[in-house]
Structure formats: structure tokens, C-alpha cells
Ligand binder design. Structure first.
Ligand SMILES: Cc1ncc(COP(=O)(O)O)c(C=O)c1O
Length: 86
């Protein structure tokens, strides 16, 4: 793989290699750090999982702050994560 550092000319080929890779995994983070600590409602996570699984994609949850999200939602982690790929 070509380096991205210090070489603008390599970008098109790197971009091409990225865009031709087949997507296999959807990653969620709940709560979401880069979205200001916002929380995915459980129904939204369920919908994302259903749609991803229908496309043959796995779904991973980074749950570093899942208990914060559970407290915010007043929900249980088991319910919030029931549709994630085992
Ligand atoms: C969203 C998220 N994922 C994962 C981690 C764990 O990070 P590390 O593997 O560096 O301990 C953290 C740590 O704060 C985090 O905020």
C-alpha cells in the first residue's frame, strides 16, 4: 500500500482501493463522542441492525459509554444491544 504521508499523487490510487473494498461491518458508538455525547434511541439501533443484517453486514457497538446511554434512555443494556451481531 502506498503511503498517504507526503505524496499527493498517491491519493487517487488509495482512494480507489478504499472505495472498491466491500463493506462488511457497521460500527456504532453509544453514546457518540463525535456527535457531542448524543444517544442513539434503542429503536434506531434496532432499525440500523435490521437493515445492516438484511444486507449481510455485521454490526459492532463500541459501548465504552453504554451505561451512560442506558441511564440517559432509562433502558437496559440488554435491550439496547439485543439486535447487535453476536
Ligand atoms: C468510545 C471509546 N471506545 C473505546 C475506548 C477505549 O479506549 P482504549 O482502548 O484506548 O482504552 C474509549 C476510552 O475512553 C472510548 O471512549
Amino acid at each position: 500500500m502506498e503511503s498517504l504521508v507526503g505524496s499527493r499523487s498517491s491519493l487517487p490510487s488509495v482512494r480507489k482501493s478504499i472505495t472498491t473494498r466491500k463493506t462488511a461491518l457497521v460500527c456504532l458508538e453509544n453514546s457518540s463522542n463525535m456527535a457531542g455525547g448524543t444517544v442513539y434511541p434503542t429503536a434506531r439501533v434496532d432499525e440500523i441492525c435490521d437493515r445492516a443484517h438484511a444486507l449481510g453486514l455485521k454490526v459492532h457497538l463500541d459501548g465504552a459509554r453504554i451505561f451512560n446511554a442506558a441511564t440517559s434512555l432509562g433502558d437496559h443494556v440488554a435491550n439496547m444491544t439485543k439486535k447487535l451481531t453476536p
